[in-house]
Ligand binder design. Sequence first.
Ligand code: 6GU
Length: 249
Amino acid sequence: MRIDILTLFPEMFAPVLGASILKRAADPALYEKAAGELTLEPHGAPVAYHLTDIRAYTTDKHGKVDDRPFGGGPGMVMQCQPVWDAVQAVEKLDPRKARRIVLSPQGRRLDQPLVEELAGQPRLLLIAGHYEGFDQRAIDALEPLEVSIGDYVLSGGELAAMVLTDAVVRLIPGVLGDERSAHHESFSAGAQGLLDYPHYTRPAVWQGRTVPEVLLSGDHARIEAWRKEQARHRTELRRPDLLPPPEPA
Ligand code: 6GU
């Protein structure tokens, strides 16, 4: 998958895309043996990131990309020209049609089904706005999917773009070492929409706290049943909204 990110703050992304799973996903050295079994980008990794500074596309001689809102009010609005021209230029860099996404608190709330759908796309183009957001005419002309990451307000779409990128990239084949890890976690189809069960590792006793006996038993059927029960119990307690509605009497 190619992921284009358009932003006024490309420097925000380097530390996040340059660490852990997001870094591994774009490192061709890790996929030399896997060629043939996986879909790889031209440089040889499952994912390619491409960052674009929207300001580089403004035709304003002072580099301006925003202006005061018509009708008055606080804050600044990002103008149509820089973002439109940036999208046109970036889309030409690759023949694959990009799924355009604007990160916005007015968007569709991101959830795991949407993440899974996006993970199946060959190319995403993420547009992060700042200030009070984009001139509505830019949104109308671009016809993007607008996506929010939750009901709270961020200063800009950049952190939301990183959250979306992380959630999507870890589902791309080859990115996680063990394909089962993604499948069983909270909210994935493999966990049937339940929260995850609790995890334990060595030592078996820490500050007087023990590990549930069943996990040391070696009885894999019992372990699986215990984990299922824990997941259901936790979900009931913490997130009853995730459980299927009870059958009407
Ligand atoms: Cl995508 N952008 C901003 N500015 N705030 C948000 C958001 C996005 N999602 C939740 N809050």
